[in-house]
Design a protein around this ligand. Sequence first.
Ligand SMILES: [Zn+2]
Ligand SMILES: [Zn+2]
Length: 253
Amino acid sequence: MSIDYHLHPLGHKAGRYTKELLMPFLDEAQVHGLREVGFADHDDFVEGINMESILSLKTLYPDMDIKLGLEVSYRPGREEEIKRIAGMLPFDFLIGSIHDLKGWMFDHPDFRSGYSNWDISDLYGEYYSSLGQLVTSGLFDIVGHLDVIKVFGYRPQGELLPFAEQVLQSISRTDLIVEVNTAGLRKPCAEIYPAEELLVRCFELNIPVTLGSDAHTAGDVARDFAYAKELLYRTGYRRLKGVTKRQSYSVLL
Ligand SMILES: [Zn+2]
Ligand SMILES: [Zn+2]
């Protein structure tokens, strides 16, 4: 039994939720024995999401708990717009993610040259400062790919934990759930989000976790979940969090 709360049927293009678009993701989820799935497309494409297709699927997949989520790009100053988007549909959960710093889309291959403008330690400081504001905004249920700033493998000298420590402590004072996201394993950084040393600190701080593949195609649903679960178990985790109508609950890992 497991859950995958980070599926992108729309991917990176505008479109519309239909049964035909969503079903391959659910079929794949069934193959992997998932008990819960959460669609969580990017908020840029929220106009294409509709409840009708979700509801019709619930009758077709009675054994699957199908959630409607949204992955929202957080940037300081966007709070009011995010509140408006959050009210557009009865979302089960909102994932808050950082995809840009002052408009520079640092996680996009087309803008990779931007790294040459930064001292990497300063960049990590800037990223975790924005993430700190995401955490205290109170707008989200889940923190998406917590250390995505490593996506292209740019890492500062020395230990990573000091960059994230304040943010992790801040998360521990909220109800936020940290997402263990396997997409990092498929990126140049070749490492799960968050890195093991950060996950160990999450466990020490009693921060709950959930699981997401960040699948943009059905074939990536639950990808590398055996590895993720083994890592979580080794870290000490025995439970994950699910979320319905923005209320979280505990499920066995
Ligand atoms: Zn993302
Ligand atoms: Zn995503």
